[in-house]
Design a binder for this molecule. Structure first.
Ligand code: ADP
Length: 260
């Protein structure tokens, strides 16, 4: 069985995943194991395949070869055909195993904060409205927004919307949370409140894979950093080791120079 860096069985096991769009290979035999409770940040230049990798884990994208397993169970799909054979309801249930939060806030504009969280709980998890409301309030409390339960997204700041997005993802009790540049669209003064929520979920043991340009967060809050370049994993390891690897890894040095 694949093991992660700390030798416990991997919760997420991405093994030699490759993917092309037409003639462009965007993932080149990417392997990554993530243990339960780990927070893995993925950094790298634009176009290096970070988003595509997360989308493959969350079934938003098929891949050409390799395998993706969560808890030993194959989760992604290798070809477009497999997608057609699965009902939307099945796909929604599978995606809920891997909650995903995006750069754009992606909240349904006509639903309140609580309504956004309740939707998946009632439609996918089969909860009653009352149960779903109580779970929604719990998670809104967890992200400091219980007083905004009945506000529409347009009435919330970007940071608050993103916190609702995180609450919506974790309310589904995913085994792993995928965060794709969730602070990139935010005004700088709102970034901190969103990262604080991510940090507190990490402290509670939530397993996370997070694509980010927040180097300070990657350095201080992650168990490991993955540096992707040209569709491959160019460096991986504890933050200190990866950040020190720039002495031997020129692509990493060029990338990190932008943040100085
Ligand atoms: P990153 O997240 O690191 O910026 P992406 O995973 O978004 O990188 O993109 C990797 C490469 O794949 C880029 O060259 C991008 O243009 C290409 N790509 C991404 N999505 C598509 C698509 N749906 N069709 C064609 N090319 C795509």
């Amino acid at each position: 069985m694949a093991t992660s860096s700390n030798n416990s069985p991997a919760l997420l096991d991405i093994a030699e995943v490759s993917k092309s769009f037409g003639s462009v290979e965007v993932l080149r035999s990417v392997s990554l194991q993530v243990a339960k409770g780990e927070v893995v940040t993925v950094i790298g230049p634009s176009g290096s395949g970070k988003t595509t990798l997360l989308r493959c884990v969350n079934f938003l994208e098929s891949y050409d070869s390799g395998s993706i397993r969560i808890d030993g169970k194959e989760v992604g799909f290798r070809d477009g055909g497999a997608r057609q054979r699965r009902s939307e309801r099945d796909l929604a249930a599978m995606r809920a195993e891997t909650g995903m939060v995006f750069q754009g806030f992606n909240l349904f504009p006509h639903l309140t904060a609580a309504g956004n969280i309740m939707l998946g709980l009632t439609k996918v998890r089969g909860k009653s409205n009352a149960e779903a409301r109580s779970i929604a309030e719990h998670w809104l409390g967890r992200v400091g927004l219980v007083h905004k339960a009945d506000s529409l997204p347009a009435e919330l700041s970007g940071g608050q919307q993103q916190r609702v997005g995180i609450a919506r993802a974790v309310a589904m009790e995913p085994k792993i949370l995928l965060l794709d540049e969730i602070t990139s669209a935010l005004d700088p003064e709102l970034v901190g409140e969103v990262l604080a929520v991510v940090k507190s979920l990490a402290e509670d043991g939530m397993t996370m894979v997070m694509v980010t340009h927040e180097m300070a967060f990657a350095r201080d809050a992650s168990s490991r950093i993955v540096f992707m370049a040209d569709g491959g994993v160019s460096a991986v390891g504890p933050p200190k080791a990866v950040l020190a690897a720039e002495t031997t890894n020129e692509r990493l040095r060029t990338f990190l120079a932008r943040f100085r």
